[in-house]
Design a protein around this ligand. Structure first.
Ligand code: 5GP
Ligand code: ZN
Length: 114
């Protein structure tokens, strides 16, 4: 794991976060600066820089990330819909270079995003 990666350190428990899910592959935490009533970050424990680094071999991991997002959306009561976002690179708005999905819900979402 890269020693200076914030989300590697959060996933390893070295930096505190409010965890809403944890298994052998995935950790999900509440975003420290929420942009919606529900704002959860889902990430693999193993370091992957961004979606730009994914290959077909990561299909099982992505399936688990999406299925976990759907479970969390249910448990958060997001029955009217929700949004999953993966920011990639500087122009994509990515600020933490460890792959994560934003699960946003609890308010109406707008399109296109900023
Ligand atoms: P990105 O901009 O890379 O797509 O998303 C990074 C997200 O991580 C942002 O929404 C930001 O608020 C969140 N974040 C940054 N630092 C921390 C932290 O230390 N703890 C938690 N829980 N979230 C963080
Ligand atoms: Zn990392």
């Amino acid at each position: 794991m890269p020693a200076d990666c914030l989300f590697c350190r959060i996933a390893a428990g070295e930096i505190p976060a409010t965890r809403v899910h944890e298994d052998d592959t995935i950790v999900a935490i509440r975003d420290v600066n929420p942009q919606a009533p529900t704002h959860i970050l889902l990430m693999p424990i193993a370091h992957i820089g961004s979606a730009a680094d994914l290959t077909a071999a990561d299909a099982p991991l992505l399936g688990r990330l999406f299925a976990t997002a759907a479970e969390l959306a249910r448990s958060e009561g997001l029955d009217n819909g929700w949004r999953l976002v993966a920011n990639v690179g500087p122009e994509g708005g990515q600020t933490v270079p460890h792959l994560h999905l934003h699960l946003l819900g609890g308010r109406s979402m707008h399109w296109p995003p900023g």
